[in-house]
Design a protein around this ligand. Structure first.
Ligand code: ADP
Ligand code: MG
Length: 618
């Protein structure tokens, strides 16, 4: 023992390291548990380097020792030891690697600190400081290491912080490195195996080398996202999904892809079978984890993907990320954005492919997640057009229950048609009976039927598809093609006069009475005077108590071809009282058809009066 101590030599740390250690040792903060992630990634890096040496045929010390990471916790002694069978370090490497700042992570951290002027201790935890993070939890750190080079021998590096470190030779060390942490008084929890197991699972679960804690294997799940697709079994994918998504059944869809440009990415994304938001339990939290070389950087970061993709589960791994990503730094946010953009674009493309190749599965996806896609159209300008391609609707050209894409609609458009028409309605039946649909039916123009109350808002946001404006049937200016034969309609002059009479009779109830150019089977319809607001929008705004945004009165359109209207024109000079009742009822009927009659009692009274007249007075 004595002899060995005599052989030890004291070394000073480089000035920057002293500075760094000062900050690390004297600051208390919440994120210090990341020291374990740092030491385990160093151990994994060491194993990786050794594996490379093996494949390049170098002569190795203890060539048969399998690559592994072993962690030993000793609560009684208050120590934690992290051992690997990696490449180890020579004396010179120890001095170089653990005594000077040559490596990127720490240098970047110090530069950041210098930029921020005052040492924001809070930053440390987010940044991570590689090996030196050991001093966040340990008052004394001992490194025992033996290089892979056959002719080298073992060395021990000991430090209690900023004062410096001691180096001494040690005989008979196995290949690799052992780091012994003598935990600080307030960091003794890190000698508890439960705590260490939790941290391994959280940060280092997918390290490709076995991690054992007190002899027990902890990381049993492999980072399958980094393996070749062809080598992965379905069951492995499913198990992995259940693990990351905490789901009991397999996923609905899976996207596994790698990219090299503009960023190096390995991603494995899943769509769960079930959308938990339908249960009304609130918003789903984002579920894609961010990794760098199989080490967790951030669990489910919110900034990674647009909000409408919060239902996705899985992992994205990019070696272009700094291992010590800081949430504050602008650079990292930009990088995260770039990463998110690539992922979103790729996922949208995947959905388009699925719609093509796996229509049944896409249908199921759409039924479960259509609200998210629609939310995306409204909130995510950047991906709006791509999302538009994924929307599906029933239309007048297909059977009930069948759905088409906007692209299908466009393909069927006759050359003279410039707009895409849609009609919000409660059901197929209601859509086909709607006064607003009549002109489209008469002119054989396809109309999308929107049964989801939000869809109109969504299409308003989308504005156009493939250069063709999306127009509500209610607002469309399409008119009937051929004027009806004179005997089947009021003359232009008659119609105009009737409209004026109606306007006078209805008074405050309407903004204006017009002669309709588009009604076929209905006697009348109501429309917004500016044609800006449809009845669905009106209902939505009312439900949200936003009526101030609306013009209070509507226009009434009269169908000069309809027998009821033609009869009304005769009646007004014969029985003014009855004609007035009929005019009022026509208006209310039009309101009912538009879903805009709020208070029916006056209407019912009037209807009863009309029925009495119809049955004849006693
Ligand atoms: P980084 O990992 O970013 O290089 P660290 O501070 O974590 O920075 O580690 C510094 C250096 O010390 C590493 O680059 C490596 O050369 C060396 N090192 C640390 N831990 C080990 C280990 N377990 N085995 C071999 N070398 C190690
Ligand atoms: Mg490191």
């Amino acid at each position: 023992m004595k002899e060995q101590r005599d052989m030890s030599e004291k070394h000073q740390f480089q000035a920057e390291i002293q500075q760094l250690l000062d900050i690390v040792i004297h600051s208390l903060y919440t994120d210090r548990e990341i020291f374990l992630r740092e030491l385990i990634s160093n151990a994994a890096d060491a194993c990786e380097r050794l594996r490379f040496l093996q494949t390049s045929g170098e002569a190795l010390h203890q060539a048969d020792t399998p690559l592994a990471i072993r962690i030993q916790s000793d609560a009684a002694a208050g120590t934690l030891t992290i051992t690997d069978t990696g490449d180890g370090m020579t004396q010179a490497e120890l001095v170089e690697n653990l005594g000077t700042i040559a490596h990127s992570g720490t240098r970047a951290f110090l530069q950041q600190l210098a930029r921020e002027k005052q040492a924001d201790t809070h930053l440390i935890g987010q940044f991570g400081v590689g090996f030196y993070s050991a001093f966040m939890v340990a008052s004394k750190v001992v490194v025992r290491t033996r290089s892979w080079r056959p002719q080298e021998s073992g060395w021990q590096w000991t430090s209690e912080g900023a004062q410096g470190y001691e180096l001494e030779p040690v005989a008979d060390l196995p290949r690799g490195t052992s780091i012994i942490l003598h935990l600080k008084e307030d960091a003794k929890t890190f000698a508890q195996p439960e705590e260490i197991e939790r941290l391994i699972k959280r940060y280092s679960n997918f390290i490709q080398y076995p991690i054992e804690l007190n002899g027990k294997r902890i990381n049993t799940i492999q980072a399958i996202w980094s393996r070749q697709k062809s080598e992965i079994k379905e069951q492995e994918y499913e198990d992995f999904y259940k693990f990351v998504a905490h789901d009991h059944e397999g996923p609905l869809m899976r996207l596994h892809f790698t990219a090299d440009a503009p960023l190096a990415i390995q991603a494995l994304l899943f769509v769960p079978k079930f959308n938990w938001e339908v249960l009304g339990l609130g918003r789903t939290e984002p579920g894609v984890h961010l990794y760098c070389k199989k080490v967790l950087i951030q669990s489910r970061p919110k900034e990674l993907l647009p909000e409408w993709l919060r239902f996705l589960r899985g992992v994205v791994d990019s070696e272009d990320l700094p291992l010590h990503i800081s949430r504050e730094s602008m650079q990292d946010t930009a990088l995260m954005k770039k990463l998110g953009k690539v992922l979103t674009g790729r996922f949208l493309k995947f959905l388009e492919e699925q719609a093509e190749k796996e229509p049944e599965r896409y249908k199921e996806f759409y039924q479960t997640y259509h609200r998210f896609l629609k939310e995306g159209v409204v909130t995510d300008r950047e991906h709006q057009a791509a999302l538009g391609r994924l929307l599906r609707f029933e239309s007048s050209a297909v059977k009930a229950g069948e759905h088409i894409a906007l692209a299908d609609y466009v393909k069927r458009m006759p050359p003279e048609q410039k707009e895409i028409y849609f009609l919000p309605a409660a059901s197929r039946k209601a859509a086909e009976a709607s006064p607003y649909y009549e002109v489209f039916k008469a002119r054989q123009r396809e109309v999308l039927f929107l049964y989801d109350p939000w869809e109109e808002l969504v299409l308003d946001h989308l504005r156009e598809f493939d250069g063709k404006p999306l127009v509500s049937a209610e607002k469309a200016s399409l008119t009937l093609e051929t004027p009806p034969p004179a005997e089947a309609a009021l003359s232009e002059a008659e119609a105009k006069e009737l409209a004026e009479w109606c306007q006078k009779t209805l008074g405050e109830e309407v903004e204006k009475v017009e002669v309709s150019q588009r009604l076929v089977d209905s006697p009348a319809a109501v429309v917004d005077p500016s044609r800006m607001v449809t009845s669905t929008m009106r209902r939505l705004l009312r439900a949200m108590h936003q009526e101030e945004a609306l013009t209070p009165k509507l226009n009434l359109e009269l169908n000069p071809r309809h027998p009821l209207v033609r009869r009304l024109n005769e009646l007004r000079s014969q029985d003014t009282a009855l004609a007035e009742l009929v005019a009022r009822q026509l208006l209310d009927n039009a309101r009912i058809a538009a879903g805009l009659l709020e208070e029916p009692s006056a209407m019912v009274q009037r209807l009863n009066q009309l029925l009495e007249r119809a049955l004849g007075q006693k």
